[in-house]
Design a protein around this ligand. Structure first.
Ligand code: HEC
Length: 162
């Protein structure tokens, strides 16, 4: 079993364990939130809070990337996003849920939501392990120095350990 499959299996176990039994817990979620839970929360946590030295936290932070074009593209080019099983429309909805709900307060005023076409274009140019660390570091330093992003965005440090 891959790590992500194991995460999802654990998560599904938790969801069914905490359900009242009277209703299907998954049916209570809007599709984008449900897809985030299925495809992303196993690693990122239900609310985008994770052990941020291993997996970057998203809550209240992820919207900062929408300040710059490379940051917008970055969110669709991440390997776990680009290669997810969601189609472009579903993936755009998951990213919009992530940016505007989980990342609430961090996206710049008036930021456009992602369209299926935009996500479809960028996911065809996925970042690799080699390119990702340097690309992220450059983005994060720009967001901290010019867009008031908090320094805690430096917390994810896989780049330093590779
Ligand atoms: C297997 C675990 C895993 C899954 C599943 C996963 N991610 Fe990630 N995510 C990571 C890791 C690890 C990183 C750090 C960059 C990297 O190594 O890809 C990351 C990075 C990110 C980032 C960048 C945050 C930053 O500050 O750099 C975003 C946004 C993101 N993921 C969103 C998602 C979304 C949306 C999904 C579901 C479609 C998802 N991830 C699924 C592990 C995961």
């Amino acid at each position: 079993m891959t790590t992500s499959a194991r995460c999802i299996a654990i998560l599904l176990g938790l969801l069914s364990a905490t359900g009242s039994g009277a209703a299907e817990p998954a049916a209570q979620f809007a599709p984008a939130q449900g897809n985030f839970i299925l495809g992303c929360a196993g690693c990122h946590g239900l609310t985008g809070v994770s052990n941020s030295t291993l997996v970057p936290s998203l809550k209240g932070l992820v919207g900062y990337y929408l300040n710059v074009p490379d940051g917008r593209a970055y969110l669709s080019r991440l390997p776990n996003v680009a290669f997810s099983t969601f189609n472009d429309r579903e993936l755009a909805a998951v990213l919009n849920y992530m940016v505007f709900n989980i990342g609430a307060g961090s996206a710049p005023a008036g930021a456009r939501p992602y369209s299926a076409a935009e996500v479809g274009k960028w996911r065809k140019q996925p970042l690799t392990e080699v390119t990702l660390s340097a690309y992220r570091k450059k983005l994060v330093e720009t967001l901290i120095s010019s867009y008031q992003a908090p320094a805690e965005m430096r917390g994810y440090s896989a780049a330093a350990t590779q």
